[in-house]
Every structure is written in structure tokens, then in C-alpha cells.
Design a protein around this ligand. Sequence first.
Ligand code: S3P
Length: 182
Amino acid sequence: MSDHESSDRHLVLVGLMGAGKTTVGQRCAEVLDRAFLDTDDLVEANTRMGVAEIFEHHGEQQFRILERDAVADACASPAPLVIACGGGAVLDAENRRRLRAAGVVVWLQASPAALGARVTADADGERPLLAGPAPATATLERLGAQREPSYEAAAHLQVDTEGRTVDEVAATVVKEFRAWNG
Ligand code: S3P
């Protein structure tokens, strides 16, 4: 089976900040020979503002409205994509419904300590929810507990990323994606 025949569904990556949605997603897109789309990038392109700037000037609620539009646009793409969702996109029931209807949703998982180490190492990360005085690991632990039911409800598949390279995780995601689609 060629890569193009494996599915018309989008491959959707969800999970907390630092889960590797962007890096793993880009690698999966190469392997599947598909375009890659990050919902944060789409929000930024549509508004010509950075995510942190939107949070600062318009608030999280407005960001979530823009994010919902970005998820809808991504899902509506006739070409099958690899879509990396911002970490909070699955909190919205309409987003979960759309993503599950149009894609195979994979939840990338790691412990709060591993996520914290990754976001700290990621110098370009623009993450307003981690900007406060609390250590990133503690915030990620709290968000993880709050959001677990939403990731669970959104995801068709779960992939553990702990202690694994981007290539290893991407290979597992692609394998599971293909198997899930039959
Ligand atoms: C957020 C995650 C970020 C971005 C925004 C809010 C969240 O995306 O959408 O800062 O609520 O978890 P990444 O998960 O790609 O960092």
C-alpha cells in the first residue's frame, strides 16, 4: 500500500504543551507525504498576531474562538493533512467532534517532568499559560489532570513519547494510524 492510499482522514495530534505535536507532526507529514498544519500557526497567520500577543491583548477566551475557527478550517481541508492542535484545543466539545469526524486523533503523552523539560529546552516556545511564576512542570501537572478527560474523549489512539526520539514516536504514530485505518 502506498502512503497516499493509507487514508483520506487527517492525522491529528493532540496533547499537552511539550508533548511533541509539532516536531512529531512535521516528521509524520514527511513520512506520509502530506502537508503539515499547526492550529497555532493558522491562528497567527489569520490574525497576524502571535499567540502570546493575542492572550495579552484579547484574552484566552478570544484565542479559543480563533482556535475553533482554525480547527474548523484545518478539518475542512479536502487534502488529507497532518494537524497539530494547540494543547487546549480539545477542551472545546465542537473541536473534539470535528477532529474525530474528520481525522484519526492521536494523543501524545509524557509525564509532567518530561513535558516540563521539553518546554524549557524549546527556546521559541511562545506559551502564555507557562509564563507565570509557577514552575512549568507544576503547571503542566495541573493542566494534565484538568484536561485528561478531554484528551481521552478526543483521542482514538494514545502514544507514549517518554524517553523516545521524535523519529521513534513518529514511526509509531504512522504505524498506528495506518493500522487504525485498515
Ligand atoms: C495552549 C497550548 C499552546 C497554544 C496556547 C495555549 C494550551 O500550543 O495553543 O499557548 O492551552 O495548552 P502548544 O500545545 O502547541 O504549545
